[in-house]
Design a binder for this molecule. Sequence first.
Ligand code: GDP
Ligand code: MN
Length: 389
Amino acid sequence: MYLHEYQAKRLLNDYGIPTPPGFPAFSVKEALNMARELGGNRWVVKAQVHAGGRGKAGGVKLVDSIAAVEQTAQALLGKRLVTPQTGAAGKPVSALLIEAPSEIQRELYLGAVVDRARARIVFMGAAEGGMEIEELAARDANAIRRVVVDPIVGLQPFQARQMAFALGLKGEQVSQLTRIMQGLARLVCQKDALLVEINPLIVTGQGSLLALDAKITLDDNALFRHPETDSLRDPSQEDPRELTARQFGLNYISLGGNIGCMVNGAGLAMATMDLIKLHGGEPANFLDVGGGATADKVAQAFKLILSDERVRAILVNIFGGIMRCDVIAEGIISAVKEVGLELPVVVRLEGTNVELGKQMLAQSGLKLIAAEGLTDAAVKAVAAAQGRL
Ligand code: GDP
Ligand code: MN
């Protein structure tokens, strides 16, 4: 689960990490009130979307009058912001962050991630912040300094000092960075975060460190331990199909391609996507309907795939173990009855009640393309999506 910048900054504050004074605003009127509340004569107006790259996309504006706060808020709120990270559709702007401006001496990068390969929290720091870390890594891998946290002893102050020196920090800044990194390490553990990124971490005009931007990703699998984070979810930023899928307890992830996949078992679903790509196609989604799905859940899953307007063909790949093939057939038939079917559907069924399942599909009158085995299924799905079948 992604947090908005304003939510992430509150969390940083809870862990003793300084951020510029600021307030979220959900309407133009609120934006004006917050700007007045902050005082001064310059403000930063920041679009709150679950994506970075806002600066380049016009989502971060420095303004120097209340009238300009109003204009900027009006221009951003209710619109979609397209950044290099959002895809062409962009993300809706339903909140702004109004901040007091900061004077920037230097922009640094500081991030903490859970490194799955090492099974450790790893800090990454770079003296060149502001830009995307991926770009920096591609240009100069040595520009990124890594510190690996031992889970038994935790982050050691000497490790933070090493990072501080690598970032070119001096004097009081070294102990400031140590406190920031210790706060981040606690935050990552206590909130089950997968990633916390401060980009840029700035050296202000006065020479102290300040988190100018903040990005936090929480581990979805650990959310049940953090009911306090429920209220931080913003459904407007999420893929509508993924939201629906979650309501039905389906494992669905939207991808960019045009072959809808309905598979049982995460491993088989991954293998199915691999095969589609191997044979020159692109999957539209990952979908694992699970082992104990009912016909109703299967129908929901099928409707979900059909609701994706990019989909040109559907590949149903079921190995019935706990899941019975007749339940899959029943679900598909009832979904198609409800919403119709214009697309070619390639079906590969094996396992429990396979004959019954095949018979039900054959008698349903649906135009299905039968496949034998995984390769045949993938080849036929790719051909169908390209209109060659
Ligand atoms: P992102 O583009 O989505 O990562 O948004 P950021 O919050 O990182 O802002 C982008 C850039 O805007 C930063 O790297 C800064 O250069 C600039 N910026 C943001 N806030 C301030 C501010 O208070 N003062 C100044 N001078 N620049 C700012
Ligand atoms: Mn940023």
